[in-house]
Design a protein around this ligand. Structure first.
Ligand code: SAM
Length: 233
């Protein structure tokens, strides 16, 4: 895993010194996955490429240094924990509705020597209404959580005006984007140019849909999850 990580980080023009920490993270993930469902990807080389390097690539699309970042639906810490291992100056909050995953992330943070990390158990649509989280983050990230329209309603309320929401997406991104235009504008966002990258050591291309927050999100959003699912913006 270490070799793949070192080569991949170098290919992404990132500091290779974090390869050891990411390898440790991958080992902890594989170990815990035997007793708790954290990931469907279990082969070490695949973990290195499809989790660690995929998430590391996100550092190429914005300046994360010193910023306040929230990762919504973080699961086993992707992409948030990877970003933090590579850019320790991030003030990181991880949010997930599954408490077991959040507890595991709290448990491994000291083993990865990660500080200034808050792991919260709860639903994004509830936390997005709370004053201490609403419009408080410079950057909000999310990978593999929901369709872009739902995701924008879940995530944009957290972003400060002037900040960015970065949605990590696969090949279907363009279609999702086409149906999300109205929703993005209602929620106070504006599409920026997508960031497209290839995961080192693979022929897989991924896309980060970048949305800038240009106006506050109207107070009635996010709605309850059932409502946003039934009547997406
Ligand atoms: N982001 C991780 C990744 O890329 O591996 C996890 C993806 S997993 C498919 C989706 C995660 O989103 C799950 O851990 C789930 O509990 C969480 N989730 C789904 N809806 C959520 C919501 N409304 N609020 C908070 N977390 C949510």
């Amino acid at each position: 895993m270490k070799e793949i990580l070192t080569g991949g980080l170098a290919a992404l023009n990132l500091d290779t010194a974090a390869a050891e920490t990411l390898e440790r993270y991958g080992q902890l993930l594989i170990e815990k996955n035997q007793s708790m469902n954290l990931t469907a990807i279990t082969e070490p080389a695949q973990v290195a490429r499809l989790h660690m390097l995929d998430c590391a690539a996100l550092l190429g699309c914005a300046d994360f240094a010193g910023s306040k970042v929230l990762d919504v639906g973080t699961g086993a810490g992707f992409p948030g924990m990877v970003l933090k291992c590579l850019e320790p100056s991030i003030s990181l909050t991880l949010l997930d509705s599954l408490n077991k995953r959040i507890e595991w992330l709290r448990e491994i943070a000291p083993q990865l020597e990660v500080e200034d990390l808050t792991a919260l158990h709860g639903r994004a649509e509830e936390f997005g209404l709370m004053a201490e989280h609403r419009e408080q983050y410079d950057i909000v990230t999310s990978r593999a959580v929901a369709d872009l329209r739902l995701l924008c309603e879940l995530c944009l309320p957290f972003v400060k005006v002037g900040g960015h929401f970065l949605a990590m997406k696969g090949p279907g991104a363009q279609e999702e984007k086409e149906s999300a235009g109205r929703c993005v504008s209602i929620l106070g966002g504006r599409f920026r140019k997508d960031f497209v990258y290839q995961i080192p050591g693979t022929d897989t291309s991924h896309r980060v849909v970048m949305i800038e927050k240009i106006a506050p999100t109207p107070a009635k959003y996010p709605r309850r999850f059932n409502k946003m699912k039934k009547f997406p913006l």
